[in-house]
Design a protein around this ligand. Structure first.
Ligand code: ADP
Ligand code: MG
Length: 426
């Protein structure tokens, strides 16, 4: 299928050509004709398959025509679960409307000062991209004019549900005209999402582009069994020294874990930085800029913070801690292999992670292939080894430099942490 057959506005086509796109992705080919025809849609497709463009192009196509209603309020409202995703959607809008008449786009996000956003809402706007919490604040203050809204987009609706934004999302939807078109995007369309869709959408068409077998086919998935935290550290350090590795996102379970690991890696000479929800927006933006410019090679992140990050140069995703929810595994590994590029996703699993690992494999419908780094083999005990393997493991164990283990035991890792902080303070 070609872009021409989607009947896109010539100015949008020009932007696609400039972006180097040659054909619509499957979800674009399936969803755009219905979206352009004005239908409500519930769309699910794997991460990295170009869903943003589905709603941005549809929105721009509408906005190329003047509004039927007078006023200054936005005509398109996009809700996203995180600030990062909101900013990313905004930059996608900027990219795709480059050759159109001036489009006024605004972003309303938590974690940023209010006055500037308040002024923004007083101006005339075409597209407003917002996170639900902050937008509710402005609605409560009577600062928003939704009388001209023609289209409401719920991006990553499943994540908004998970993050407890469902009430704000419903309230916001209720504050927009019932005549609007609503497009919902989600990793899954069942359970809570189906119910939400029933409440907020009108006779929605369901579009599901799922290819469980070929999903993330361009991403090589590897599993390393690990004994403990010390083993994880050694293995990570080794993997990050691989010259094949461009940039990596390393996922940790907690914000504190992300900070600590980034500091440890930094101490060991890696260009590492942390990204998590305890950082304010300008800190996060600065870190992401450093990743984009290549000054940060290893980004240590938590799930929520990394959601929606679209950096094409990321070659590796490393699950230092396995995700608690199997679905997050798919979101995480989707941070690499963007736009058809190859990527490698490496997961560490300790004996305690057996259940989580099984859940992930059940969810993705495939077994992750086990890899071993020579000299860093896991102890076979918990996975039922023969006596011969036991011996080998004992040998390896005694022979291996047990630096990380002893550090952990003696509490000297804390000391390293302190030294790092004071070094930075200087
Ligand atoms: P999703 O929301 O489905 O996870 P995105 O919309 O963020 O994915 O798109 C992922 C990447 O694919 C982006 O870098 C985007 O620029 C690129 N992309 C989108 N559509 C196309 C296309 N038709 N051809 C090539 N690249 C595309
Ligand atoms: Mg998306």
């Amino acid at each position: 299928m070609s872009f021409e057959s989607l009947n896109l506005n010539p100015a949008i086509l020009q932007a696609l050509t400039a972006a180097g796109y040659t054909e619509p992705t499957p979800v674009q080919a399936q969803a755009i004709p219905d979206a352009m025809a004005g239908h409500d849609l519930m769309v699910s497709a794997p991460t990295g398959t170009g869903k943003t463009a589905v709603f941005v192009w549809t929105a721009l196509q509408r906005l190329a025509q003047p509004s039927a209603k007078p006023g200054r309020g936005p005509r398109v409202l996009v809700l996203t679960p995180t600030r990062e995703l909101a900013l990313q959607v905004t930059s996608a809008v900027d990219k795709y409307c480059k050759f159109m008449r001036h489009m006024r786009t605004g972003t309303v996000l938590g974690g940023m000062p209010y006055p500037k956003q308040r002024r923004l809402l007083e101006q005339s706007l075409d597209i407003l991209v917002a996170t639900p919490g902050r937008l509710i604040d402005f609605i409560d203050q009577g600062k928003v004019d939704f009388s001209r809204i023609e289209m409401l987009v719920l991006d990553e609706a499943d994540r908004m549900l998970d993050m407890g934004f469902i009430q704000p999302v419903e309230r916001i939807a209720m504050a927009t005209p019932a005549t609007r078109q609503t497009l919902l995007f989600s990793a899954t369309l069942d359970g809570g999402i189906a119910k939400l869709g029933q409440r907020l959408l009108r006779q929605p068409k369901l579009i599901e582009v799922s290819a469980p077998q070929s999903q993330h086919a361009q991403i090589e998935q590897r599993l390393h069994h690990v004994d403990d935290g010390g083993h994880k550290h050694r293995l990570l350090d080794h993997l990050l020294r691989d010259t094949e590795m461009g940039q990596a996102i390393v996922f940790t379970a907690t914000k504190r874990g992300a900070d600590r690991l980034a500091e440890t890696l930094y101490d060991k000479g890696h260009a590492a930085a942390a990204l998590h929800g305890n950082m304010n927006q300008s800190q996060r933006n600065r870190t992401l800029d450093k990743v984009r410019s290549g000054n940060v090679r290893v980004l240590v992140a938590t799930d929520v913070a990394a959601r929606g990050i679209d950096v094409l140069s990321i070659t590796h995703v490393i699950n230092y801690d396995l995700p608690k929810v199997a679905e997050d595994y798919v979101h995480r590994i989707g941070r690499t292999g963007r736009a058809g590029a190859a990527g490698i996703a490496i997961s560490f699993a300790s004996p305690d992670d057996t259940r989580q690992l099984k859940q992930i494999e059940r969810f993705t419908g495939r077994k992750i292939e086990t890899h071993v780094v020579p000299g860093m083999e896991p102890k076979p005990v918990s996975r039922g080894g023969s006596s011969e393997r036991d011996q080998g493991a004992r040998r390896g164990n005694n022979g291996a430099p047990a630096r990380w283990d002893s550090r952990r035991g003696s509490g000297s890792q804390k000391a390293t942490h302190r030294a790092y902080s004071s070094m930075r303070g200087r």
